[in-house]
Ligand binder design. Structure first.
Ligand SMILES: C[S@@+](CC[C@H](N)C(=O)[O-])C[C@H]1O[C@@H](n2cnc3c(N)ncnc32)[C@H](O)[C@@H]1O
Length: 266
């Protein structure tokens, strides 16, 4: 399999294991497989930031609600139009928090000192996510808000109009980093023609990647439809994604490839 420049850097020029299936182009690579297994093969200190949207394993309070398929939990599309379900979203609370801690530990090792991390999450899993982040050695620095602008109204209740970006850094985050002042609230609607059940908006991700110093290498271990990867490359970064669900590895890789080849914005 042809290796991309990023695979040489992140796995080293002479890896002692078989290279995983991957797709890539100028400055980007998406690897097919389990992020924890693949990250364990990567070299220390090769990333400048981690920006990701992991499976939330949310969508309810009871085991019966949480173990529904991702389409049942997160999509209102009719079954004939349903997008593929994705992996990793049916764990119970303890398993999910342990899994978050495990991959965050590896991510810490893979990052350079000072690297920022951004983790998307909903209100239910917010406390467990900030626990997992800190338990794996990262400094928790705050929570930014993604205001989705529109969402289902709920009689007598506040709308669940926001998701959150838990962010932090590996060790100190010097003020003299070459990054300007960033907002704490991002208002972007969900993408209109999604190819992933929980796809993030590209303009939102183009805003979020700005936390990384210019030209840095960003890791997204839960790449889905490749939105972070596309946003990162569009903004002049290098990007490495990992995706475990075969259908989304293919959809995401094709999306990034065709969008970049066509020079499109979305
Ligand atoms: C919330 S979605 C990410 C959506 C993405 N931000 C986008 O805009 O399309 C999480 C993704 O992580 C993938 N995933 C779950 N567990 C994984 C694992 N252990 N390793 C790699 N990918 C995984 C799922 O298949 C899913 O596509």
């Amino acid at each position: 399999m042809t290796k991309t420049p990023e695979t040489n850097i992140v796995f080293g020029p002479q890896p002692k294991f078989e290279m995983p299936e991957h797709t890539g182009g100028d400055g980007w690579t998406i690897l097919y497989g389990d992020c924890l297994r693949l990250m364990r093969q990567m070299q220390d200190g090769v990333f400048d930031a981690v920006i990701t949207d992991p499976p939330y394993a949310s969508g309810g309070s009871t085991p019966a609600e949480k173990t529904r398929s991702t389409n049942q939990k997160y999509s209102s599309m009719s079954p004939d139009k349903a997008l593929p379900d994705f992996a990793g979203d049916q764990m119970d609370q303890r398993s999910w928090t342990n899994f978050m801690t495990d991959w965050l530990n590896e991510a810490y090792r893979l990052c350079k000192p000072g690297a920022p991390i951004c983790l998307f999450i909903d209100w239910r899993q917010l406390p467990s996510m900030t626990d997992a982040l800190q338990r794996s050695g990262w400094i928790w620095r705050g929570i930014a808000v993604w205001d989705k602008a529109t969402c289902r109204p709920q009689k007598g209740r506040f709308r669940q109009q926001a998701e959150f970006i838990v962010w932090g850094s590996k060790e100190a985050m010097p003020l003299q980093r070459n990054v300007g002042c960033l907002p704490g609230v991002f208002r972007h609607t969900n993408p209109a023609n999604r190819i992933h059940v929980t796809e993030k908006s590209l303009p939102l991700m183009r805003d979020i990647v700005q936390i990384c110093e210019p030209g840095g290498r960003i890791l997204d271990p839960f790449a889905g439809a490749g939105t972070t990867i596309l946003a990162a490359v569009r903004e002049g970064y290098e990007a490495v994604g990992i995706e475990k669900t075969a259908a989304y590895y293919k959809l995401g890789s094709d999306r990034v490839k065709f969008a970049l080849e066509a020079g499109k914005i979305s």
